[in-house]
Design a protein around this ligand. Structure first.
Ligand code: NAD
Ligand code: UDP
Length: 313
């Protein structure tokens, strides 16, 4: 049994990670300030003696004796991270400094939830880890993209300068139950709109592409990364290479929900990347043949079931 700290543990990804770690018998501290997360996401774990909830903001130092740290605290959807962009940068940068300082002091292993957004609007396709990206440093997404890029730099420097045992995963778009229904991300938006028979809002012409992975595949990748050999620190892409357009996604969701919704078109947000697909060769090689297992339709069905329950209760 290990003692494990999960920052951002009450969020979408963090709560699934806490579930898995508790089920494996670990002693888990879930730290969150509930900016975008919710106690409801982890309420089923509250009675477990090996699960502890701490209200804390990662921009302030925190101390605990743990073996491993998963640093996930950061709003992830454009609506939420653009709500208070200065706070978003502080969360990424000061959160990384505080958690790396803790890892250094207590000699814990630490994993950073980085993002495909470090590639910006990529000019290389699919994206390999060696690609440096095409990020607008002053645009409205930069609070998130540059915050995460700075966090990666901090992780590398704590490794080089202080021998901290680091792991960096670059997470590509992920979906599944417990996505926040108000955060404006495309999968939750389309599903909720379809279930309510409301218009499906496509931004731009809908030909922009993304590659979505189901939450369970991501959690498996993160766990394997944390357990990978000590001299492999990444960054490593964790995502599903199955790439499709937002128009295709809208039609799949209409089909799976049997919705009467019609598609409507709205302006494309500024700096919206036109395409994104992970090259996962490195993950396969270093993470014991890790690859996504859940097909889009299967994952969408589970996510639709979750939102259907949420909307009817
Ligand atoms: P989320 O918004 O559901 O979860 C983020 C959690 O962090 C929330 O519980 C929130 O309350 C908490 N948080 C935010 N600021 C905090 C602060 N200052 N102190 C303490 N807690 C704070 O988002 P998510 O989708 O679960 O994303 C989790 C992590 O994974 C983020 O770091 C995100 O950047 C990264 N990521 C997610 C995706 C994706 O598709 N979901 C893709 C790439 C990277
Ligand atoms: N999008 C859309 N309609 C929506 C929400 C999003 O067409 O109601 C588009 C958005 O413009 C982007 C893609 O879907 O091109 C993915 O958006 P999301 O915010 O989920 O992820 P990100 O842009 O951060 O990859």
């Amino acid at each position: 049994m290990k003692r494990i700290l999960v920052t951002g543990g009450a969020g979408f990804i963090g709560s699934h990670l806490c579930d898995k770690l508790v089920s494996q018998g670990h002693d888990v501290i879930c730290l969150d300030n509930y900016f975008t997360g919710s106690k409801l996401n982890i309420s089923h774990l509250m009675d477990n003696h090996y699960f502890e909830l701490v209200r804390h903001d990662v921009t302030h130092p925190y101390f605990a004796e743990v073996d491993e740290i998963y640093n996930l605290a950061c709003p992830a959807s454009p609506i939420h991270y653009q709500y208070n962009p200065i706070k978003t940068i502080k969360t990424s940068v000061m959160g990384a400094i505080n958690m790396l300082g803790l890892a250094k002091r207590i000699k814990a292993k630490i994993l950073q939830a980085s993002t495909s957004e470090v590639y910006g609007d990529p000019l290389e396709h699919p994206q390999t880890e060696s690609y440096w990206g095409n990020v607008n440093p002053i645009g409205i997404r930069s609070c998130y993209d540059e915050g995460k890029r700075c966090a990666e730099s901090l992780f590398m420097n704590y490794y080089r300068q202080n021998d901290v045992r680091i792991k960096i995963v670059r997470i590509f778009n992920t979906y599944g139950p417990r996505m926040n229904q108000d955060d404006g991300r495309v999968v939750s938006n389309f599903i909720v709109q379809a279930l309510k028979n409301e218009p499906i809002t496509i931004f731009g012409d809908g030909n922009q592409t993304r590659s979505f992975q189901y939450i369970d595949d991501l959690i498996e990748g993160m766990l394997r990364m944390m357990d990978s050999r000590d001299d492999f620190y990444g960054p490593v892409n964790i995502g599903n290479p199955h790439e499709f357009s937002m128009l295709y996604l809208a039609n799949e969701i209409i089909d799976l929900t049997g919705s009467r919704s019609k598609i409507i078109y709205k302006p494309l947000p500024e700096d919206d990347p036109t395409q994104r697909q992970p090259d996962i060769t490195l993950a396969k090689r270093e993470l014991n043949n890790w690859e996504p297992k859940i097909e889009l339709r299967e994952g969408l069905k589970k996510t639709i079931e979750y939102f259907d329950n949420l909307l009817t209760t």
